[in-house]
Write a protein that binds this ligand. Structure first.
Ligand code: SAM
Length: 277
């Protein structure tokens, strides 16, 4: 018998994958957690029925959410990752020679445990207990409220704005994040699809633009996510990613991100420029 799993991305649109095997299924205090082995994407993490990451295309998302802000900052030393329970983002962050400490604040310890067991290639920095990594099981919102002038870069690798992730997409959180950043700090958040989540993208853009002098949106092609086009919103106190000298970039052994993409990802089609007006 064929088994299929569908993520309903909108009430009228879904992405279905053929499932070879369900490897794990459970319920944490925050969400349902599943790991399935799918035909098109290999092993996938699914939270509350939403596809989070897959071994086939995770490199695009994790490289782009980590390296674009970290290459924009000339000397990032202390980095905060909020969410990111699968470990892919911290795996990329620790590659930067200047980074001395990565604090990862994930609300759901069960996601971390499941990722370590079933997605070892994504969670390798968690499994190894990388020396730069300080993992805390806590609410990222509370964590930023307690910090002042502390981080060089904050990366919000969150789930959709539902459940525990809701408070990570609002003005109060962005204000706290600005305060937790140093005077030249950079903030970045995954902000979903410019085809599907237009209201969310406009709102986040408006709120971050009102708090930071430099706000930029960048794009990546990620087949697992709605529409396959995913965007990230970066807000910066001092450094403009378009002024970054790409010849200073060190080779990070990446599969997607490179010197050209570090800048070209900020080139936007007209309909997205229109959205951000
Ligand atoms: N790449 C993924 C995507 O775009 O769908 C995100 C993956 S990562 C698994 C998202 C994580 O954010 C989840 O493990 C979830 O538990 C965590 N999370 C949600 N709200 C949070 C909060 N308030 N503080 C810390 N972590 C949170």
């Amino acid at each position: 018998m064929e088994l299929w799993m569908t993520e309903y991305q909108t009430p009228h649109l879904g992405l279905s994958v053929r499932v070879k095997e369900t490897l794990y299924s459970g319920q944490s205090d925050y969400q349902t957690i599943a790991v399935v082995d799918s035909e098109p994407f290999g092993r996938m993490l699914v939270l509350d029925g939403v596809f989070q990451t897959s071994v086939a295309d995770e490199f695009v998302y994790h490289e782009m959410i980590a390296h674009v802000p970290l290459c924009t900052h000339p000397n990032p030393k202390r980095v905060l990752v909020i969410g990111g329970g699968d470990g892919g983002t911290v795996r990329e962050v620790v590659k930067h020679p200047s980074v001395e400490q990565v604090v990862m604040v994930e609300i759901d310890g069960m996601v971390v445990d499941v990722a370590k067991r079933y997605l070892p290639e994504i969670s390798e920095a968690l499994i190894a207990g990388h020396p730069k990594l300080d993992l805390r099981i806590d609410d990222g919102i509370r964590h930023v409220q307690e910090k002042h002038d502390y981080y060089d870069v904050i990366i919000v690798d969150c789930s959709d704005p539902i459940g525990p992730g809701t408070g990570l997409f609002n003005y109060d959180f962005y204000q706290s994040a600005r305060q937790a950043l140093k005077s030249d700090g950079i903030f970045v958040q995954q902000t979903e699809s410019p085809f599907v989540h237009t209201d969310l993208i406009k709102r986040v853009w408006g709120e971050l633009s009102s708090l930071f002098p430099i706000t930029k949106l960048y794009l990546a092609a990620i087949p697992l996510y709605p529409s396959g086009t995913h965007c990230f919103t970066m807000a910066s106190k001092r450094y403009d990613p378009l002024e970054f000298e790409t010849d200073k970039m060190v080779d990070l052994g990446t599969k997607y991100h490179n010197r050209e993409i570090q800048k070209s990802c900020f080139v936007l089609p007209n309909f997205i420029k229109e959205l951000l007006k």
